[in-house]
Design a protein around this ligand. Structure first.
Ligand SMILES: [Zn+2]
Length: 323
């Protein structure tokens, strides 16, 4: 009897245990599925998921969400996937405001050179020189941009100091620049001298009137096209800012300065003193001017260093960092 009861108890409890385990498993599966469905729903609601549904890869999404946040991403959700979007946005100097201009440029150029599109639009060189002119923001001081799209107000007159004859050609008082340009130039001059080069300023600040005379002289003799390659129209010359100086050495002209050993030295070292070579070789289409070996522009050490290290022009730097 005792044995039998024991046996039936074992059986009874066994069934209860099995039933309990089954119920627990069943509930667990239920909860597990519920959590998963919920998670899935949440995932499907994320912008990342929606972008992947449109066809963007994981890397594409990283590019998009790094630059665009929250509601800004709606544009990409509402439009078909476009490789040009990713190509353009991946560019180092991509500017959000110019997004549509970049796409327009690519369309017109029938090209997928994204770097060029960004460079052209940022610097306005997708447009003809002297079209769409803007008065430059002179409150930027040494970071103001003056080129074939940005001009000075007609009455702009900077505060200037005279460059002594020890460092410049011409009559005393004929070479002038701003105080900070002069201070930086003295430091550059000393280092150049240490390296064996006696730099001399042969062109610096020009008045609006003087620039007009220079431009007209070229224009009257050789025509507008030639004049525009070599000289800026009045109001559009950096020389009117007081932050530009042309340097050369004894026995050399503006044109032959590039044959001196001082020229490669300047290319390598000018940035340390806040100067850039403003019209470098190979960048003529962006700057709008033929290369000018001795034309230095004071922009300060930070800007000069970035421009030097990234091999870009001031026009590009301005679009991305100053404007
Ligand atoms: Zn110059």
């Amino acid at each position: 009897m005792k044995r039998l009861k024991l046996k039936s108890n074992v059986k009874k409890y066994g069934i209860i245990t099995i039933t309990s385990i089954a119920v627990i498993i069943f509930i667990s599966i239920g909860i597990y599925s519920y959590i998963n469905i919920k998670k899935q729903k949440e995932l499907e609601n994320t912008t990342e998921y929606k972008l992947s549904e449109i066809g963007y890869s994981e890397d594409d999404i990283k590019v998009l969400t790094k630059v665009y946040k929250d509601k800004e991403l709606n544009y990409f959700l509402e439009n078909k996937k476009n490789d040009d979007y990713i190509g353009i946005i991946s560019e180092k100097h991509f500017i959000k405001d110019y997004f549509n201009d970049y796409l327009e440029y690519l369309k017109e150029a029938r090209d997928t050179n994204y770097a060029l599109a960004v460079e052209k639009v940022n610097t306005k060189t997708n447009k003809e020189y002297y079209t769409d002119p803007e008065v430059t923001d002179t409150s930027k001081n040494e970071l103001m941009l003056v080129n074939k799209y940005y001009h000075l107000p007609d009455d702009y007159t900077p505060e200037l100091v005279t460059i002594p004859l020890a460092y410049s050609f011409g009559e005393l008082g004929s070479q002038k620049c701003t105080q900070n340009t002069y201070d930086a130039y003295l430091r550059l001059w000393s280092e150049a001298k240490e390296a064996g080069f006696y730099l001399m300023v042969n062109s610096s600040y020009r008045t609006h009137q003087k620039q007009e005379d220079i431009y007209n002289q070229y224009k009257n003799v050789q025509g507008t096209e030639y004049a525009d390659d070599y000289a800026a129209r009045p109001g559009y010359s950096e020389h009117e800012t007081g932050y530009a100086i042309n340097v050369t050495m004894n026995g050399y002209t503006d044109k032959t300065f590039k044959d001196t050993d001082a020229y490669p030295w300047l290319k390598d070292n000018a940035y340390k003193y806040g100067f850039i070579l403003r019209y470098p070789e190979g960048k003529e289409e962006i700057t709008g001017f033929d290369a000018e070996a001795g034309h230095l522009r004071y922009v300060g050490v930070e800007a000069a260093t970035y421009i030097h290290e990234n091999n870009i022009t001031f026009d590009e730097y301005y679009a991305y960092f100053v404007k």
